[in-house]
Design a protein around this ligand. Structure first.
Ligand SMILES: Cc1cc2nc3c(=O)[nH]c(=O)nc-3n(C[C@H](O)[C@H](O)[C@H](O)COP(=O)(O)OP(=O)(O)OC[C@H]3O[C@@H](n4cnc5c(N)ncnc54)[C@H](O)[C@@H]3O)c2cc1C
Length: 308
């Protein structure tokens, strides 16, 4: 279904990652007019390939985006490159982009994802997604058995150590002046053959780390626990603000029900912005669920006499 410029879209989807694209496909297939606005910086961009997505194993994130966009377009969905800076109103919502353009929509699907905040250690950012990893389900198999070092940077260090030890017998934890295992943890680490190296990590490189005293410890891969921040500041005019995630891993936009409904009528969320733990396949699934519910919400609204 074509869309006339200047008219109100049924749905504007903010974010063209797995969650947003999947929601847009569901809505397009429901004959809804859809605009996807995307700033083009998905979270997994630095990764070589997507893993744990059945039938898509190893697909490059950029290829996934191209294929996903083509599927959205097949069902009439439109795209616009840009960054949403504000969403205002109720129906119709006014969506402002960074170039000053404004588009309107009856419903909003927020799928802007999350930002990984890395510890402030020189060298980490450059290696992120290749030599610096966070998620064993994303990368663990590819680095199995290799020398891996976890840089402690919060209270999830023990969890990370036990988890990554499943993939390698050569695991070091850099205590980084924040990790002090208690007796039980020390016994668990010893039982797993995990080495703890004391001292602050001053710099990271592709071949290991340099401690603040100058000592170098070689490692092929480094692991950090990132802080995940919801990319959703543009919803402030609606009164929707990211809150701390209950697991202490960052911020997210809470859902009012499992389909991604938010506290603001007409606004749904899907993917990492709502659930920072979501993988690609679960983010896509959330987009589909939200898209289907938005379609039903529009049907219900139209079924009220005088509103169609
Ligand atoms: C290094 C790395 C490797 C990973 N590997 C895997 C893996 O192998 N398998 C797996 O299942 N998961 C993996 N993940 C997790 C995966 O990246 C997420 O599950 C997935 O990206 C979530 O999809 P999403 O659609 O919610 O968000 P994203 O993919 O981050 O997409 C959000 C989109 O919204 C856009 N956007 C944000 N704000 C705005 C705005 N204001 N206006 C317009 N557009 C906006 C962004 O540019 C982006 O394109 C990995 C993550 C990282 C960091």
């Amino acid at each position: 279904m074509g869309h006339c410029r200047g008219m109100t879209y049924d749905v504007v989807v903010i974010g063209g990652g797995p969650a947003g694209l999947s929601g847009a496909v569901a809505l397009g297939r429901a004959l809804r007019s859809v605009l996807v606005i995307d700033s083009g910086t998905p979270r997994n961009a630095p990764a070589d390939g997507i893993h744990n997505y059945l039938t898509r194993d190893g697909t490059a994130p950029a290829e996934f985006a191209v294929t996903g966009r083509a599927e959205v377009e097949r069902y009439g969905g439109e795209f616009r490159a840009g960054t949403v800076t504000a969403v205002e109103g109720g129906e119709p919502f006014r969506v402002t982009l960074d170039d000053g353009a404004v588009v309107t929509a009856r419903r909003i699907l927020v799928a802007g994802g999350t930002t990984d905040l890395l510890p402030e250690i020189p060298g980490l950012r450059e290696l992120w997604g290749h030599r610096v990893l966070h998620c064993p389900y994303c990368h663990g198999y590819e680095v199995r058995g290799r020398p891996i070092g976890i840089i402690a940077n919060g209270d999830r260090t023990m969890h990370a150590a036990l988890l990554w030890n499943q993939w390698t017998d050569d695991l070091t934890v850099f205590a980084n002046d924040v990790f002090v295992p208690d007796a039980e943890q020390a016994a668990q680490l010893a039982a797993g053959g995990i080495t703890v190296v004391d001292g602050k990590v001053a710099a990271a490189a592709a071949d290991g780390v340099t401690l603040s005293g100058g000592r170098r410890v070689s490692r092929e891969y480094l692991v950090v626990q990132t802080r995940l921040e919801a990319r959703a500041d543009y919803l402030a005019p609606l009164g929707l603000k990211p809150v701390e995630h209950p697991m202490g891993i960052g911020t997210h936009l809470p859902m009012e029900d499992p389909t991604g409904r938010t506290a603001v009528p007409g606004v749904w969320v899907a993917g990492n912005v709502a659930d920072p733990m979501a993988q690609v396949i679960t983010s896509a699934a959330a987009g589909l669920a939200a898209g289907a519910m938005i379609n039903m919400d529009l049907i219900t609204a139209s079924a009220v006499p005088g509103t169609r």
